[in-house]
Design a protein around this ligand. Structure first.
Ligand SMILES: Cc1cc2nc3c(=O)[nH]c(=O)nc-3n(C[C@H](O)[C@H](O)[C@H](O)COP(=O)(O)O)c2cc1C
Length: 189
C-alpha cells in the first residue's frame, strides 16, 4: 500500500555504512524521478550519483544534519550514508525549478523505501564547497542532496502536542521522534 510506504519513508540519518548501494540501484531511482511530474514538462533536473567511499567522502563534509538535535553534529564514521544523489537544476533548460525537485526527491525516496533502504533530503548544503569538491559546472544549480543507505535507526511518528512543538527529538535509546500535525488541523476547508 502506498500509505504504508509513505509512513515507512521517514528521514533517516544513521545508516549501516558498509552496506553497498550499487550504481544500478541509483540509476533505477533516478529513472523514477525522470518519469515524475515537471512544470511545463521542461524536465530541467540533472543528477550526480555517488556510491563509492571516495566520492561519498567528498560530499559528506558539506552537509548539515538535523538542526533541532543540538548535541548531535551528524552521523559518525561507520553510520554515514552509503550513497548520495545530488539533484541539480540545469539553468540552460529553465531559470527556475519550482517544486520539480521536491517531487523528484519524493519519487527517489519512496523507491528507496520500497527497496528496504532509507534516506534524508538535505537542503542545508554548503553549495560553494560542494561545487568545488566535485567540480560541478556553473550551468547547474545545486538544489538538494539525497543521502541514502540502509537505516540504522528507528524513527517514529507522533502527534504534535498541545504546546504546538514540531521539533523532532531523540530519546535516551536513540529512537528519533517526529511530531506531525493532526489531520483535522491541516484540513482547513
Ligand atoms: C526541503 C527539505 C530540506 C531538508 N533539509 C534537511 C537538512 O538539511 N538536514 C537534515 O538533517 N534534514 C533535512 N530535511 C529533513 C527534515 O528535517 C524532515 O523531513 C522532517 O524532520 C520530518 O521528518 P520526516 O521526513 O521523517 O517526516 C529536509 C527536508 C526537506 C523536505
Amino acid at each position: 500500500m502506498l500509505r504504508d510506504l509513505i509512513v515507512k519513508n521517514r528521514s533517516y540519518r544513521r545508516f549501516f555504512q558498509e552496506q553497498v548501494i550499487g550504481i544500478d540501484t541509483l540509476r533505477e531511482l533516478v529513472d523514477m524521478a525522470r518519469l515524475s511530474a515537471s512544470a511545463g514538462n521542461l524536465q530541467p533536473l540533472k543528477y550526480i550519483l555517488s556510491c563509492t567511499p571516495e566520492k561519498n567522502a567528498l560530499i559528506f563534509p558539506h552537509l548539515t544534519w538535523a538542526g533541532y538535535l543540538k548535541d548531535w553534529s551528524g552521523p559518525c564514521e561507520g553510520e554515514r550514508p552509503s550513497a548520495y544523489i545530488i539533484i541539480l537544476g540545469d539553468k540552460r533548460l529553465s531559470k527556475s525549478f519550482g517544486c520539480d525537485y521536491g517531487i523528484a526527491a519524493q519519487s527517489i525516496l519512496l523507491g528507496a523505501a520500497e527497496k528496504g533502504l532509507g534516506g534524508c533530503i538535505i537542503g542545508s548544503v554548503r553549495t560553494k564547497q560542494l561545487r568545488k569538491a566535485l567540480d560541478i559546472p556553473s550551468c547547474y544549480e545545486i538544489l538538494l542532496v539525497l543521502a541514502l543507505g540502509k537505516p540504522k535507526e528507528t524513527v517514529v511518528i507522533e502527534t504534535v502536542g498541545t504546546d504546538g512543538d514540531i521539533k523532532y527529538w531523540r530519546n535516551s535509546e536513540g529512537v528519533h521522534h517526529v511530531p506531525k500535525r493532526p489531520l483535522d488541523e491541516v484540513v482547513v476547508g
